[in-house]
Design a binder for this molecule. Structure first.
Ligand code: NAP
Length: 306
């Protein structure tokens, strides 16, 4: 059984602690996955324009029969839509694909603007001659993008706004000019990348963290981590259930992805870890630090080298 835990955003809205991820969920798989998840009790779906599957996510929502107002839906502004005049276009594209009037949370997907050229939807990964990303820092700054994000709240198209893949320095900068504070920062979080300093900063500033790739994404090294497999064996739970439960217990939202019905159901059954087990997992990122998702942006997004 799911514990049905929730968190409260700085807007006052409630967000279910466990949601369904949809990245790399293939066409013909994701519609069913969303339907299965909602029928199994999930009330939180994580989507993004760049996943190119929002149409099916929307179809899955409809097929589930669960009323819209009972579901928390997140989507994300893709990098080619950062110029302020394109932000609403980005959200409108997602809303139209999802078949919705509003999303519960709209995130700036990466702190990296890409050149939209004539049409921001035409090429999501524009490159220059040498093959590197066609960056757009010369034409757009974060403040302008964020003000356009704030407008989406004023228009009622997004109930809350936030960011994704932001570090502490970037959050500090954003907080200097944000009229609407980011409600969420969605980042890679799992026992090999616990990011405790980022969590502390976010908690002090009313920003909730969402853990992406909580199972270690594809070809995960976490599924065979002895500390975790031992706890799974001892408690009679699966490794994925231990990872999901750890994420919620540390105070983060978590969005495991699956297109497999049995796993979708399994991942939703969270439980409370004993203190010693919880603390043993907390220790892992000290010795086994590992970032699994690090796209080649041509700009130092995480600023971790020092
Ligand atoms: N904001 C960002 O930049 C960003 C980046 C990455 C991810 N995300 C979001 O976070 C979500 C989750 O991250 P993720 O997709 O990278 O990885 P993940 O959820 O950590 O792992 C997904 C992988 O684990 C498998 N899996 C799922 N449940 C399992 C279980 N119970 N036992 C064994 N294997 C299991 C899935 O396979 P099957 O599907 O075949 O079952 C898939 O291969 C994404 O889908 C996306 O919504 C956001």
């Amino acid at each position: 059984m799911s514990l049905g835990r929730t968190f409260t955003l700085n807007t006052g809205a409630t967000i279910p602690a466990v949601g369904l991820g949809t990245w790399q969920s293939k066409p013909h798989e994701v519609e069913k996955a969303v339907e299965v998840a909602l029928k199994a009790g999930y009330r939180h779906i994580d989507a993004a324009y760049a996943y190119k599957n929002e149409g099916e996510v929307g179809a899955g929502i409809k097929a589930s029969g669960v009323p819209r107002d009972q579901i928390f839906i997140t989507t994300k502004l893709w990098c080619t839509f950062h110029r302020p005049e394109n932000v609403q276009k980005g959200l409108d594209e997602s809303l139209s694909l999802l078949g919705l009037d509003y999303v519960d949370l709209f995130l700036v997907h990466w702190p990296v603007p890409l050149n939209p050229r004539e049409n921001p939807a035409a090429n999501l990964f524009p490159t220059v001659e040498d093959g590197s990303r066609d960056l757009d820092f010369a034409n757009v700054n974060l403040k302008d993008t964020w003000q356009a994000m704030e407008k989406m709240v004023e228009l009622g198209k997004a109930k809350a706004i936030g960011v994704s893949n932001w570090n502490v320095r970037r959050l500090k900068e954003l907080l200097t000019f944000a009229k609407i504070k980011p409600a969420v920062n969605q980042v890679e979080l799992h026992p090999y990348l616990a990011q405790w300093d980022l969590q502390k900063f976010c908690e002090e500033n009313g920003v909730l963290l969402t853990a992406y790739s909580p199972l270690g994404s594809t070809t995960s090294p976490l599924l065979t981590e002895p500390v975790i497999t031992d706890i799974a064996k001892k408690t009679g739970k699966s490794v994925a259930q231990v990872l999901v439960s750890w994420a919620v217990q540390r105070g983060t939202v978590v969005i495991p992805k699956s297109v497999t019905a049995s796993r979708i159901e399994e991942n939703f059954q969270d439980f409370v870890l004993e203190k010693a087990d919880f603390e043993a997992i907390n220790e892992l990122s000290k010795n086994k630090h590992q970032r699994l998702i690090s796209p080649k942006w041509g700009v130092d997004v995480f600023e971790e080298s020092a």
